[in-house]
Design a protein around this ligand. Structure first.
Ligand code: ADP
Ligand code: MG
Length: 203
């Protein structure tokens, strides 16, 4: 079972990973965007981390994720803030008020969270967005957390030949082909962070 501390560690690991990779995320957002994805997420996850550190040990898994989602929505400019905010808020809401949740609960909640991202952004698989990492990543959770991280990363790499149909990159049409989607790349970081925290806890 996973308690609130597990989810705080996940968010802290995601923040650390975003901080490490922020320049790369911004570079990926240069040819097919406006070169702000790394700085957007860095601002958001730095705020999330600050809030988690300020917390006492209270809270439930659902509250931790919902709080993080609200913080991302209020601090991240750009398309990715509301989308990641929705992912975490919806996942947190699905987890309910339990003090501890099972891996199966988390899997179901993340499914709902990803569906909410698809609904909000209107993107389909293959549109070259974060969904192209989130969907295969969350699907692979039924195998293991590590498999989810791997599948999300493969999904991010698979966005290179895609034509962008949503978001800023879609304005480029054919010229979006040949570049890796920044949001899919950060989604892989998020699932890799989850896998790392789970692996540490299960060791
Ligand atoms: P902005 O595009 O507003 O500058 P960011 O650069 O922070 O925002 O985020 C861009 C990423 O957001 C894209 O790489 C893509 O993965 C994701 N994205 C944009 N629009 C959508 C959408 N409608 N559905 C899903 N993901 C999207
Ligand atoms: Mg951008």
């Amino acid at each position: 079972m996973r308690d609130a501390e597990f989810f705080r560690r996940w968010m802290a690991a995601a923040a650390a990973s975003v901080a490490r990779e922020a320049d790369r995320l911004t570079e990926l957002d240069s040819p097919i965007g406006d070169a702000d994805h790394g700085s957007n997420l860095l601002r958001g996850f730095t705020a999330v981390r600050g809030e988690l550190e300020g917390d006492d040990a209270a809270g439930t898994p659902g509250e931790v994720l919902q709080q993080a989602g609200r913080t991302l929505i209020s601090t991240v400019g750009g398309a990715s803030g509301p989308l990641y905010g929705t992912l975490l808020r919806r996942t947190g809401k699905e987890l309910g008020t339990a003090a501890e949740v099972s891996d199966e609960d988390l899997r179901g909640a993340l499914d709902a969270g990803v569906a909410a991202v698809a609904q909000l952004g209107g993107a389909a698989p293959g549109d070259k967005t974060m969904l192209d990492a989130l969907l295969p990543g969350v699907a692979a959770l039924s195998t293991s957390y590590a498999a989810a991280g791997d599948a999300a990363e493969s999904g991010a790499l698979a966005t290179v030949p895609m034509l962008a149909r949503k978001g800023r990159a879609s304005y480029l049409g054919e010229r979006s082909i040949g570049h890796q989607d920044p949001g899919a790349t950060s989604s892989a970081l998020l699932l890799r962070a989850l896998a790392a925290v789970a692996e540490e806890e299960d060791a």
